[in-house]
Design a protein around this ligand. Structure first.
Ligand code: MSP
Length: 502
């Protein structure tokens, strides 16, 4: 269990630069962002990494089709991810591109370490290759002769490749899983990875001669590094493996968030590669399911991909973030629907949070001349906040944003119920009304901290409307101790924070 003094290094997968960002990518990235923001609130030294996977046959072919070099193609397409993340308020500390020099140096160093340890040898390889996965398959893995993930024909490839001796790490991996029961979560995914290891591990190819868009092997530059070996290494490149040994010491091992389709690479290959180089395996791998659209995985060929920016136009940045964090539990597959998203937006954001803010600011304007009163020291709302904080903190620690937001929204609902019971809008101004509104303002102050990992812009606006103008650090748990909303701040009425959607 990490403490507030432990640095927290969290990563998303690096996305194929060739792809257009869709809501499946956004889902992982928003989750990692919210987790990073939560951990910053706890005062942890957070390093949050995302980026793009730029080598391999897919990019080389796309560049050829577009009459440019692979790096020119990557330079053009990477912007789509960078723009999408900026638009969604993603607070990454670093963005890695595998075409960067720092990454070449890290891959060379890792390869050399595995090679020097005697874990790499040259073999002739014949196999069935899916270009979309950038992976080989056995006959038995195929679906009617097609790739089981993409449903597209595989290619027959014969190559002389360098192999990584994964088979040597079978026992070490079993021991690692045994001694680190939380290495992969949820437990169903841990069992899947372990099941794969228990079947017996085969060495895997880590180089190609058929393409040249990649990182040359340091001992044999006629080969380029297999794109997955290259891609996985990004996590240590950005931690400072080559260029910042002190930073590396502090950050590594990190926490990875990944989709279920890339489990084998992260939970079997990657820890073995690190062990071979004398490095620690990741701290933890959190595996999530797919977002399905109409029951199907999004894909270019099915033309059912949804761009995050399309949803932002309609729901706003916070509406999109909140939906993916609250409605789509992190773990199982989730069905995305426009109706579901509208319902969640109206229930949580328009009717609960937005309504609470607008009620409180309106009544403070009419009954207290727009000046916020102080909360009471003892209030039923205080107990609710204290009770729910435990659930919220525990859920973020487990990377269960939907549980964390359930508990956060319980506080909001209870506060609305408290106001409905007290009905301060019906009473004459005076100490009783002041006390009720002071308590509600205190909850809004606390919510503006607790909900900020999910809906950061709305939380900033809430603070502005309740008159808090300083941006002092809001370190948890001190910042949510009851009673800190000061009397005498100017409270502002304004347009609905989240206008109701039809
Ligand atoms: N480049 C590799 C990852 C290398 S990490 C060292 C890759 N890229 S990807 O762009 O195809 O996928 C990245 C992530 O997006 C994966 O975790 C994948 O599971 C996730 N998703 C792609 N489609 C998705 C959904 N429909 N739903 C949820 N996540 C999805 O694989």
């Amino acid at each position: 269990m990490s403490t507030v003094t432990t640095p927290y290094y969290v990563t998303t997968p690096i996305y194929y630069v060739n792809d257009a960002p869709h809501i499946g990518h956004a889902y992982t990235t928003i989750t990692a962002d919210a987790v990073a923001r939560w951990n910053r609130l706890l005062g942890r030294d957070v390093h949050f990494l995302t980026g793009t996977d730029e080598h391999g046959l897919k990019v080389q072919r796309a560049a050829e089709e577009n009459n440019c070099s692979p790096i020119e193609w990557a330079d053009q397409t990477v912007v789509r991810f960078q723009d999408a993340w900026r638009q969604l308020g993603i607070s990454n500390d670093d963005f890695i591109r595998t075409s960067e020099q720092r990454h070449y140096s890290a891959v060379e160093k890792l390869l050399q370490a595995c090679y020097d340890n005697g874990d790499v040898d040259l073999q002739t390889y014949e196999g069935l290759y899916c270009v979309s996965c950038e992976a080989y398959f056995g006959e038995g893995d195929l679906n009617n002769g097609n790739c089981p993930i993409h449903g597209r024909p595989v290619e027959h490839v014969t190559e002389e490749n360098y192999f990584f001796k994964l088979s040597r790490y079978e026992q070490a991996l079993k021991d690692w899983y045994e001694t680190h029961p939380d290495f992969v979560v949820p437990v169903t995914k841990r069992n899947e990875a372990l099941g794969f290891i228990n079947q017996g591990l085969q060495d895997f190819s880590i180089s190609r001669t058929s393409i040249d868009w990649g990182i040359p092997l340091p001992w044999d530059p006629s080969h380029v590094t297999y794109v997955w070996f290259d891609a996985l290494t990004n996590y240590i490149t950005a931690a400072g493996y080559v260029d910042d040994p002190q930073g590396f010491e502090k950050r590594w091992p990190g926490v990875h968030l990944i989709g279920k389709d890339i489990l084998r690479f992260h939970c079997v290959y990657w820890p073995a590669m690190l062990m071979s180089a004398g490095l620690a395996p990741p701290e933890r791998v959190h595996v999530h399911g797919f977002l399905l659209v109409g029951g199907e995985k999004m894909s270019k060929t099915r033309l059912n991909q949804i761009a995050p920016s399309d949803l932002v136009d309609e729901f706003g940045v916070d509406g999109v973030r909140h939906h993916f964090l609250h409605d789509q539990a992190f773990g199982p597959d989730g069905d995305f629907s426009h109706e579901g998203m509208t319902a969640r937006y109206n229930a949580d954001l328009a009717n609960n949070l937005g309504n609470l803010l607008s009620r409180v600011t309106t009544v403070v304007t009419s009954k207290c001349d727009g000046i916020g009163p102080a909360p009471e020291q003892e209030s039923p709302l205080r107990r609710i906040v204290e009770e729910e904080y435990g659930h919220i903190a525990d859920a973020w620690e487990r990377i269960a944003p939907s549980d964390a937001l359930d508990a956060t929204w319980r506080i909001i609902r209870e506060t609305n119920a408290y106001l409905e019971q007290a009905e301060p809008w019906k009473s004459d101004p005076g100490p009783e009304v002041d006390a009720v509104l002071g308590n509600a303002l205190e909850v809004l102050r606390i919510i503006s901290i607790l909900a900020s990992p999910a809906v950061p812009d709305a939380c900033e606006e809430i603070r502005r409307r309740i008159g808090i103008t300083d941006d002092a650090e809001q370190q948890l748990p001190e910042s949510i101790q009851w009673g800190q909303y000061p009397a005498g701040l100017a409270v502002l009425k304004g347009d609905p924070l989240f206008p109701r959607l039809k």
